[in-house]
Design a protein around this ligand. Structure first.
Ligand code: SAM
Ligand code: SF4
Ligand code: SF4
Length: 367
């Protein structure tokens, strides 16, 4: 069988543009007035899980060609680009993938990123999203390298359900051990993300709520999204957050909490009995594009201005071009892209203005 390659839609070449106004501290805003605050960096397109909603096994099988190592941004390239983004207003870095902890020597990258400071000298909020499978081994080293906190994805507590979802037979107990290892290493606050698919794992909602109440871990329910082009998404598999919340509140009364920061994706609620916090990320039924301040850097160095974008802008091409490029020139290129940004895919979903072009796969640009 010939090798199957998932096309990475376009490589938009990037032109070096002068900065819209002089650095430092100009308020960079996109075409809809949204600042740039959050950069998500995918460090690998590989994963040891095959979650059906992200990398379905029938597509990402042994014939799938992952990126060769030379195509990945190096740690030096990632750090240089991150520092340019920080100069433009980014305050939060999230390392993702694929499964980011599969990238060799990830702690070295964390160490390099942890040294970055905002233009006014503040530390960054440096975090990582992981499926938790390697945390028992790696949590302490990640913490020592300077990681602040962590989000672990876990879609159920029942082994049969979870193994069906990760589709590689990975046991729940090892992820729970990983979460404990992360807590013991002092990483916190830890968040657990559960993607809810109606009829697949929605019977796990209450068990998850019960398990993580009073644990110090913040559980967040994510609506199943139509990311990429391979997961066969159907609206009838989306369980709206309002329904998830109704089911939880029927057993554990909830009181609303305020958003912790502009651009925060989760709606936050507290258990009325002091059992902690729970969140709902309603990307499908209640789009939050209005204050979306997130940029994404793909594994091979393209800048995406929306999770659902069909085009990325080739920053690696600038870094590796024949002409040396200065940080100010890179900043000009990024600022040029950001100031033209008008993405609001989720808001437009299902309307006449909806974007219909093929989208980039989630494991190239992370969550
Ligand atoms: N492998 C890591 C993990 O699973 O946490 C990091 C990368 S994964 C792409 C990032 C997040 O995206 C995970 O929390 C995952 O559950 C979520 N995700 C992937 N596909 C999704 C989909 N179709 N709808 C909603 N969330 C999705
Ligand atoms: Fe892997 Fe994360 Fe995608 Fe699951 S969601 S297949 S763990 S990258
Ligand atoms: Fe941001 Fe795009 Fe998601 Fe809207 S759809 S919240 S613009 S990433």
């Amino acid at each position: 069988m010939p090798a199957r390659v998932i096309p990475l839609h376009d490589a938009r070449p990037l032109r070096i543009a002068p900065l819209p106004t002089g650095l430092p501290g100009f308020p960079l805003a996109d075409a809809l007035g949204r600042p740039l605050r959050d950069l998500r960096i995918s460090v690998t397109d590989r994963c040891n899980f095959r979650c059906g909603y992200c990398m379905p096994k029938q597509v990402f099988d042994k014939h799938h060609e992952f990126l060769p190592h030379a195509d990945l941004l190096s740690f030096e390239e990632i750090t240089r680009l991150a520092s340019v983004f920080v100069g433009l207003g980014v305050e939060k870095l999230r390392i993702t993938g694929g499964e980011p902890t599969l990238r060799r020597h990830l702690e070295t990258l964390i160490e390099m990123l942890a040294r970055l400071r905002t233009p006014d000298g503040r530390e960054l909020d440096l975090t990582l999203t992981t499926n938790g499978s390697t945390l028992v081994k790696k949590a302490a080293a990640l913490k020592a390298a300077g990681l602040n906190r962590l989000t672990v994805s876990l879609d159920g507590l029942d082994d049969a359900v979870f193994q069906r979802m990760n589709d590689v037979g990975f046991p729940v107990a090892e992820v729970l051990d990983g979460i404990r290892a992360a807590q013991a290493a002092g990483l916190g606050p830890i968040k657990v993300n559960m993607v809810v698919q109606r009829g697949v794992n929605d019977d796990q909602i209450l068990a998850m709520a019960r398990h993580f109440r009073h644990s110090g871990v913040v559980l967040r329910f994510i609506e199943y999204m139509d990311v990429g082009a391979t997961n066969g998404w159907r609206m009838d598999q989306v369980l709206p957050s309002a329904e998830v919340q109704r089911r939880i509140a029927a057993e554990f009364p909830l009181t609303p909490l305020s958003h912790s920061a502009p651009g925060e994706t989760a709606e936050r609620w507290a258990y009325a009995d002091g059992g902690g916090e729970v969140g709902f990320i309603s990307s499908v039924t209640q789009a939050f594009c209005g204050d979306c301040n997130r940029a994404r850097l793909s594994t091979e160095g393209r800048l995406y201005t929306c999770l659902f974008a069909h085009r990325g802008h080739d920053l690696r091409g600038l870094l590796r071009g024949t002409e040396p490029v200065s940080d100010a020139q890179l900043a000009g290129a990024v600022a040029g892209v950001w100031s033209g940004r008008d993405d609001r895919y989720s808001q437009l979903r299902g309307t006449a203005g909806a974007v219909t072009e093929a989208r980039v796969e989630m494991h190239y640009i992370g969550g």
